[in-house]
Design a protein around this ligand. Structure first.
Ligand SMILES: O=C(O)C(=O)C[C@]1(C(=O)O)C=C[C@@H](O)C=C1
Length: 248
C-alpha cells in the first residue's frame, strides 16, 4: 500500500489485486475438483489436506514475518508462531483498533463450498498437493483484496469525517453501507474483471484464425460472479466493521 492514503491510490491497489485473483484461479483450474483433498477423514488427523496445508503454511509464513500487515490476515490466527526475524515497525495508515477486522471465516466457507465447484471440472486426478497449494494462493489473493477494504474505509472516512462520524456514533450500519456504496464503481469492477479473465485465460496462438483463442481456461463470467456475490459484498462488510471500530 502506498505511503499516502487516497481513495484513488487504494482503488489502484484493488485493481492490481484483480490480476492476482484471476491468475490464481487459472492455476487452480488446471486440476479437477479433487474431492478427497477436502475430506477431513482422509489424512486420519481430523483435518482435510487443504486445511492441514493452510495451517502449516500459515505457521511457516508467520515465522518469517507474514501477517504483520492489516491486509494479510491469517485463516487460522489462533496459536500462530511469532516471527523470528526482526520485523520493521511499519507505520500503519490505519486506525490501530480497527486493523484486526477479519472476514476470513466467510471467505473460507464460500471458496470451498460454492466457488471451487464453479470453476473446476468435476473429477479426481490425484493431484491433491498441487490443488491445495493453488487453493491457498487463491484464498490469500481473495482475502488480501477483501481486507484492503480497511484502507478504502480509512480513505473515505478521512475524506468525509463528519458524515461518517455521525453514522458510526449511532452504529447505523445501513447508513454506513449507503455512504460507502458506489454502484457505478461496482458495475465497472464487474465488467473489468470479466474482461481480464477473458484476456488472461485465452489460449494465445500465432494463428489469427485459430478457434482455440475463444476457449478460456476459466469461464470469465465466474469471475464477475465471484466479485458480485462475494468479493465486493465482503469488502463492504470489512469497511463497515472497520468504521464501527474507528472511533473506539
Ligand atoms: O471503490 C470503492 O469505493 C469501494 O468501496 C470498493 C468497492 C469494491 O469492493 O470494489 C466496494 C464498494 C463500492 O460500492 C465500490 C467498490
Amino acid at each position: 500500500m502506498a505511503n499516502k492514503l487516497t481513495l484513488d491510490s487504494v482503488r489502484d491497489a484493488l485493481i492490481r489485486e484483480e490480476d492476482s485473483i484471476v491468475f490464481s484461479l487459472i492455476e487452480r483450474a488446471r486440476f479437477p475438483y479433487n474431492a478427497p483433498a477436502y475430506d477431513s477423514s482422509f489424512l486420519g488427523n481430523g483435518l482435510s489436506i487443504a486445511e492441514f496445508y493452510v495451517r502449516e503454511s500459515e505457521s511457516l509464513q508467520a515465522k518469517v514475518g507474514r501477517y504483520q500487515k492489516p491486509e494479510d490476515v491469517p485463516f487460522f490466527p489462533k496459536d500462530l508462531p511469532r516471527p523470528f526475524p526482526p520485523t520493521k515497525d511499519s507505520q500503519s495508515l490505519l486506525y490501530p483498533a480497527s486493523a484486526s477486522v477479519s472476514v476470513n471465516e466467510a471467505i473460507w466457507k464460500f471458496y470451498f463450498t460454492e466457488l471451487l465447484p464453479l470453476f473446476t471440472e468435476k473429477g479426481d486426478d490425484g493431484n491433491y498437493a498441487s490443488s491445495v497449494a493453488s487453493d491457498f494462493v487463491c484464498l490469500q489473493a481473495i482475502s488480501r483484496r477483501i481486507h484492503y477494504g480497511k484502507y478504502v474505509a480509512e480513505a473515505k472516512f478521512t475524506d468525509a469525517p463528519q458524515d461518517y462520524s455521525t453514522a458510526i456514533s449511532s452504529e447505523d450500519r445501513d447508513r454506513l453501507m449507503n455512504l460507502l456504496t458506489f454502484v457505478a464503481v461496482e458495475e465497472a469492477v464487474k465488467k473489468r474483471v470479466e474482461k481480464k479473465a477473458r484476456l488472461f485465460s485465452q489460449n494465445v496462438t500465432l494463428d489469427e484464425n485459430d478457434s482455440d483463442q475463444t476457449k478460456y481456461k476459466i469461464n470469465p463470467s465466474v469471475v464477475s460472479h465471484l466479485y458480485d456475490k462475494w468479493v465486493m459484498p465482503l469488502t463492504k462488510v470489512v469497511e463497515v466493521e472497520y468504521l464501527l471500530l474507528r472511533l473506539s
